[in-house]
Design a protein around this ligand. Structure first.
Ligand SMILES: *[C@@H]1O[C@H](CO)[C@@H](O)[C@H](O)[C@H]1NC(C)=O
Ligand SMILES: *[C@@H]1O[C@H](CO)[C@@H](O)[C@H](O)[C@H]1NC(C)=O
Ligand SMILES: *[C@@H]1O[C@H](CO)[C@@H](O)[C@H](O)[C@H]1NC(C)=O
Ligand SMILES: *[C@@H]1O[C@H](CO)[C@@H](O)[C@H](O)[C@H]1NC(C)=O
Length: 397
């Protein structure tokens, strides 16, 4: 079973011309942990304690945490697998309740948050399990509103838990719960005509978060819902403990199933799908990446393209890069966007790639430089996997 023991560490390098360009622009903006002139990402493998999909993943301290999800036989689990980058060891813990569709994030660089979810009767929950990376203790707090799959915006000293599935006739929730560095919770509601289930992308360093795209229920409160792709963008900003939100520039190409990540004030939202109006093809998967700059408050007028169309890709910030991977049956390759140049890195020669093609996997990035991809469905969705792939870009540490 363990294919990883057969693999040597794989090392990837960039074409030389790009290296020169990156060295030139890296002086000021390079994030810690990524050597300015070198993105050699070293591969290693591991296994979760139990194969599963729909895992909630986040990182806090030097840890990556993978919580809950669905087992091979369809039951929900409370198990949490925790990887410690400092010791290179895995341990396990338990959530206070088994569930899936959990929102995962962190606050104040100290607490991992596992918010809401669906219990085994498919009911949205208010439960938030909190892991304190400083003490190793677990505790619980409660959302103001029960929801599943809420989106998480880490704004530094505060985290906004936004939207989700509400389990009532609104179907999509407009609720916002802010969690502060003392685990206090306060509630607000998104504005707008329709409840929206968006993509959440945040940059905790700048204290900025975007909630955008996704879809909205244009028949809220009615017995039959009707959904359309959403273009509304809400920009959250936090300074210390002060937090608020405002309407931002409309998302240029509304779609379902996109994912995003941010670094250096550059927010990249990529992949997803749109429904065709004709009868020939029901959905079209997108290779498009839309880029928002906090300096201008605008989306770029021209979109970037990934090497392949991806639906529900994994998107992670790794140093100065935003990585898109998975979300396709066609490719194991990474698409790597350099936020300093707003261009995809040309890796025609050496390119990090997954070893196991998977969907519905989870990803977390430890210390901004170690990307951990875990679990998900394999063999065309038939089986769950326990396999973990680790890509280490921390050689600058
Ligand atoms: C599902 O699998 C888990 C772990 O293998 C097991 O503990 C549990 O009893 C199973 N549940 C059902 C309903 O088969
Ligand atoms: C944004 O979406 C609204 C409906 O939610 C629509 O009326 C409007 O035309 C859209 N704007 C653009 C620029 O697509
Ligand atoms: C990427 O690099 C290869 C070889 O180094 C080159 O042939 C190709 O044209 C480059 N592609 C782009 C889009 O720059
Ligand atoms: C997929 O899962 C089933 C049921 O657990 C198992 O019998 C089968 O061997 C698995 N297939 C592969 C290719 O691992």
């Amino acid at each position: 079973m363990c294919v990883f023991s057969l693999l040597k560490s794989l090392v990837y390098a960039l074409p030389l011309m790009l290296l020169a360009e990156m060295m030139h622009s890296a002086e000021v903006l390079a994030a810690p942990g990524v050597v300015n002139n070198d993105i050699d990402w070293e591969f290693s493998g591991a296994m979760l304690s139990v194969p599963r999909s729909s895992i909630a993943a986040t990182s806090v301290g030097h840890l990556a945490l993978f919580a809950g999800g669905k087992l091979q036989n369809g039951t929900l689990t409370d198990v949490v697998d925790i990887f410690d980058r400092k010791t290179n060891k895995w341990t396990t813990a338990r959530l206070s309740a088994a569930r899936s569709e959990i929102g995962a994030g962190s606050v104040a660089g100290r607490y991992a948050l596992f918010a809401g979810g669906l219990d085994d009767s498919f009911k949205p929950m208010t439960l938030v399990d909190v892991y304190d990376a400083m003490t190793g203790h677990w505790s619980q707090i409660r959302l103001g509103t029960a929801r599943a799959a809420p989106r998480m915006l880490d704004l530094g000293d505060l985290t906004a838990i936004v939207g989700g599935l509400s389990g009532d006739l609104q179907y999509l929730s407009n609720a916002v719960d802010y969690v502060d560095a003392k685990l206090g919770i306060s509630s607000a509601a998104l504005e707008g005509r329709y409840p929206q289930l968006g993509v959440a992308v945040s940059d905790p360093v700048g204290g900025v978060g975007l909630y955008t795209s996704g879809y909205e229920n244009i028949q809220p409160g009615q017995r039959f819902n009707d959904f359309q792709a959403a273009n509304r963008t809400t920009v959250f900003t936090a300074q210390g403990t002060a937090v608020g939100f405002d309407g931002g520039a409309q998302f240029p190409f509304p779609r379902w199933g996109a994912s995003g990540a941010a670094a250096n004030g550059v927010f990249a939202v990529g992949g997803g799908h749109v429904f065709g109006s004709g009868s020939e093809e029901l959905t079209t998967t997108s290779d498009r990446v839309d880029v928002y700059h906090t300096t201008t408050g605008k989306w770029s007028s021209t979109a970037l393209k990934m090497s392949v169309a991806r639906d529900y890709p994994l998107a992670q910030a790794v140093g100065d890069y935003v990585v898109f991977v998975s979300g396709t049956q066609q490719s194991k390759d990474f698409d790597i966007l350099d936020t300093r140049t707003s261009r995809f890195v040309n890796m025609s020669e050496h390119r990090p790639a997954l070893h196991t093609l998977r969907s519905d996997a989870a990803a977390a990035t430890v210390d901004g430089c170690l990307l951990v991809i875990a679990g998900g469905s394999v063999y065309g969705g038939r089986n769950k996997t326990a396999s973990v792939e680790i890509f280490d870009a921390c050689s600058g540490f």
